[in-house]
Design a protein around this ligand. Structure first.
Ligand SMILES: [Zn+2]
Length: 66
């Protein structure tokens, strides 16, 4: 039973890691399709740790929810 429990924890850990990776990947795809700076219309940006985006030209920040 102890071994079986350990395997479940490993599976949970792996799935969580995959979900985060997937979310990050999808967020990046969405950004590449849709990003355009609302201030200067530039299309290149940097993605911040909280998934908001910052324009490379004017540094305007767009939240992921907007
Ligand atoms: Zn801009």
């Amino acid at each position: 039973m102890n071994i079986f429990k350990g395997q479940n924890l490993l599976e949970f850990s792996d799935r969580f890691k995959t979900d985060v990776d997937c979310e990050e990947y999808l967020s990046e795809l969405k950004d590449k399709r849709t990003f355009q700076c609302l201030k200067c219309n530039h299309k290149a940006y940097q993605r911040k740790v909280d998934f908001s985006r910052q324009c490379n030209v004017c540094n305007y920040i767009i939240n992921i929810s907007s």
